[in-house]
Design a protein around this ligand. Structure first.
Ligand SMILES: Cc1ncc(COP(=O)(O)O)c(C=O)c1O
Length: 455
């Protein structure tokens, strides 16, 4: 039973045996369906849509006010402090690239990160250091502490929860450690915020980034929220209209003077995504109304059911970053309960084949590959990738049970189709399923794309 109404929760998909089944979306960690309240809000604001920050017409005034009001609501949702600034971006990747242009010193990261929280930091002039995670959380925190004691860092960039295993990082503990060494903390909230409430003010973290499409608002907006000073003077992320106060040319081609705006305008050159911002703000309002305890209970019980079901199957192994650390709770370490993201392998069966089978024969959507976290997958010895199932507010006990039953059938050899590898992607040798989808769709994608099966 969904915690909140979602668009498309009853979508039927064709199966190999000629029947149809309600799609069970266990790939919400990649992108989540829209909340009904978000879709309703978009429909409500569309008639009022006009230029933002650029027009004197009534609708422009409405749209500009809506954009700025959305900014406030988004900031409030993540506990922005009074002097924090909220920059509307496209997604988490965009936010990290933006912040990378503003960091006035070295950056420290762990190798457990998504590429979005690794690669942009290589653009920071002062450089980045990557510390390998250890096989316990306590050991990993100690490795961070050693590195912070060894060298001066401006920023520690850390995920709130792993997009591979769902294991959460005790953000408060990292903040205390980093601040003691004069470093700020950026939290990659792409996964964490879709599963759990988070507050900058309460955690004392300095920055957080997140994506609307993972937060049930797939309308192209994300956000970076945090301390204003670096953002006010850093490299303008998108040079263009709206980002400057004044620009002049001499009679030649040289731009002789540019006076950049402070944040957020400094980083939001070009026409803003007012619909995306309004959608993200609506998601923040709706999710903010969900009691933290209810959300945690829903996730924890489904995750537990999934992990128990999968580990009981022969040849199935659930991937973990860290050994279970019950002792942390007694030694003062902050317990960090995992979010609803579970990655597993099936002995002797390629992850892509598992995912193709679960889709074609059980109507299940899961993710396979290396989850844009290749350094981590390499360290864990999973160069061939793995399968990831993720739980969201729309996931039910029946969805979880369907996945466990599907993997059990696969392990027991109850397979109807013949699966072949075509251009690196597992697919049915013969696919008799009719094409269903929105009007005008002419075919299904025949590749998992650049973040898919092969990487
Ligand atoms: C932990 C984490 N960080 C960053 C990202 C990047 O998010 P986006 O693709 O929305 O920029 C993802 C996406 O999967 C993620 O899971």
């Amino acid at each position: 039973m969904s915690l909140l109404p979602l668009v498309g929760s009853n979508t039927q998909v064709p199966l190999l045996d000629g029947t149809t089944r309600t799609y069970a979306n266990l790939d919400v960690a990649a992108s989540a369906p829209a909340l009904q309240s978000v879709a309703d809000r978009v429909a409500e604001v569309l008639p009022w849509y006009a230029s933002v920050h650029r027009g004197a017409g009534y609708l422009s005034q409405v749209s500009t006010a809506l954009y700025e009001q959305s900014r406030e609501q988004i900031g409030d949702y993540v506990g922005a402090r009074e002097d924090d600034v909220t920059v509307i971006t496209r997604n988490t990747t965009d936010s990290v690239n933006l912040l990378a242009g503003c960091v006035p010193g070295r950056v420290l990261v762990l190798d457990i990160e998504h590429h979005a929280n690794l690669l942009p930091w290589h653009r920071v002039a002062a450089g980045v250091s990557v510390v390998a995670g250890r096989d316990t959380l306590a050991g990993t925190i100690a490795a961070l502490a050693d590195e912070l004691a060894r060298e001066t860092y401006a920023l520690v960039a850390i995920t709130g929860a792993s997009n591979v295993t769902g294991e959460a990082v005790p953000v408060g503990e990292v903040v205390t450690l980093a601040h003691a060494h004069g470093a700020r903390v950026f939290v990659d909230g792409a996964q964490l915020l879709a599963h759990r409430h988070f507050s900058l003010a309460e955690s004392d973290a300095d920055y957080v980034a997140f994506s609307g499409h993972k937060l049930y608002a797939p309308y192209g907006a994300g956000a970076l929220v945090g301390r204003r000073d670096w953002l006010d003077v850093g490299t303008p992320y998108l040079a263009g209209g709206g980002a400057v106060d004044d620009a002049s040319h001499d009679s030649g081609i040289e731009l002789v003077e540019t006076s950049w705006q402070p944040a957020p305008a400094r980083h939001e050159g070009g026409s803003p995504n007012v619909i995306g911002a309004a959608a993200l703000a609506a998601a923040c309002t709706t999710l903010g109304g969900l009691a933290a305890a209810e959300l945690d209970r829903h996730e924890a019980s489904l995750r537990e059911r999934l992990v128990t079901g999968l580990t009981a199957l022969a040849g199935v192994e659930v991937v973990r970053l860290w050994a279970p650390e019950a002792e942390r709770k007694t030694t003062g370490g902050e317990p960090a309960e995992p979010v609803g993201v579970v990655t597993f392998t099936v002995a002797g069966i390629e992850p892509g084949r598992v995912a193709a089978y679960l889709s074609a024969e059980h109507g299940l959507g899961v993710r396979d590959g290396r989850f844009c976290a290749q350094p981590l997958l390499k360290r864990l010895g999973l160069t061939g990738g793995a399968v990831r199932a993720s739980i969201g507010i729309g996931t039910s006990v029946a969805d979880v049970d369907r996945l466990v039953a599907g993997v059990r059938s696969l392990v027991e050899g109850d397979v109807r189709g013949e699966y072949v590898l075509v251009d690196g992607v597992w697919t049915l040798a013969e696919d008799p399923r009719p094409l269903v989808g929105p009007a005008g769709l002419t075919r299904l994608a025949d590749t998992a794309g650049s973040c898919g099966a092969s990487v």
